[in-house]
Design a protein around this ligand. Structure first.
Ligand SMILES: [Fe+2]
Length: 261
């Protein structure tokens, strides 16, 4: 993929996302957060791409995926006023619809367009598809890790500052103290938990902690460890024996980042 193609898509993304802003801070802030999230996911995906490493033309594809992975969030928020997919629609599917309606990728080679679309489709799926080309798998893995790294940062920043998280960011979940045991059990078994079990902000945080078991590149785990965002989220959890045990498993996984093959 040529750099001028990427620049064209960057320009489109800036114009498209600006068109959703109203000028009212309260209304715009969830969308502004998504624009900022996108910028950082692009930085993360470039960083991870360099660790593999990717060639320049593959890097442009990776960056396109970073730029467009959440493009469906804007339509989602406009239509449903939530980022909760279970209460609205799958934002990856919405994003692909926008891309197709705008014919945004139609002048890319067919295989490159397919790589971008597939990575967007699976960026928020519970797991990677069983069948995909090795090349497609690389991009799917990259966006999943780059996205998780920034979601951790967004949450950790709230806990560091003591600010109340934006309702849309915590998907309008309740701040009740309970923690769902299905999610705790998943962590104890070193596996990623499911969005369907998430009822409270604590559950969302536990779910995010379970993501350390779903990282695809050594550099992702290492970055998560160095940045300290997962540790900050872990420290914000209630002090309960079961939760503490689960958190210990998460921290052990993070600490292993120096030794991952
Ligand atoms: Fe997303």
């Amino acid at each position: 993929m040529e750099i001028n193609q990427l620049n064209r898509i960057k320009k489109w993304f800036a114009d498209y996302t600006q068109s959703f802003l109203t000028g009212e801070t309260g209304k715009d802030s969830p969308l502004v957060l998504k624009i900022q999230h996108t910028t950082r996911v692009c930085e993360n995906i470039r960083h991870l791409g360099m660790s593999i490493p990717l060639s320049n033309d593959r890097m442009a594809i990776a960056e396109t995926i970073g730029l467009l992975h959440d493009v469906g969030r804007f339509m989602q928020y406009k239509q449903y006023e939530t980022f909760n997919d279970r209460k609205s629609a799958n934002h990856a599917v919405l994003g692909i619809r926008v891309i197709n309606e705008k014919a945004l990728l139609d002048n890319l080679p067919v295989e490159e367009k397919a790589l971008v679309i597939d990575a967007i489709r699976y960026h928020n799926a519970p797991a990677l598809p069983r069948k995909a080309s090795p090349e497609s798998m690389v991009f799917m893995r990259l966006i999943r890790d780059a996205d998780k790294l920034d979601i951790w940062k967004v949450f950790a920043d709230y806990f560091r500052s003591g600010e109340v998280p934006e309702a849309a960011v915590v998907q309008h979940l309740s701040d009740s103290p309970e923690c769902n045991h299905t999610i705790i059990d998943a962590i104890m078994e070193n596996r990623i938990a499911g969005f369907q079990d998430m009822k409270s902000i604590n559950d969302f945080k536990l779910l995010q902690l379970s993501w350390v078991f779903d990282l695809n590149f050594p550099e992702s785990l290492s970055l998560a460890n160095r940045r300290g965002d997962v540790a900050t989220i872990a420290r914000s959890m209630p002090d309960e024996p079961k939760v503490n045990q689960a958190v210990a498993g998460v921290m052990e996984r993070l600490d292993s980042s120096g030794h991952v093959e």
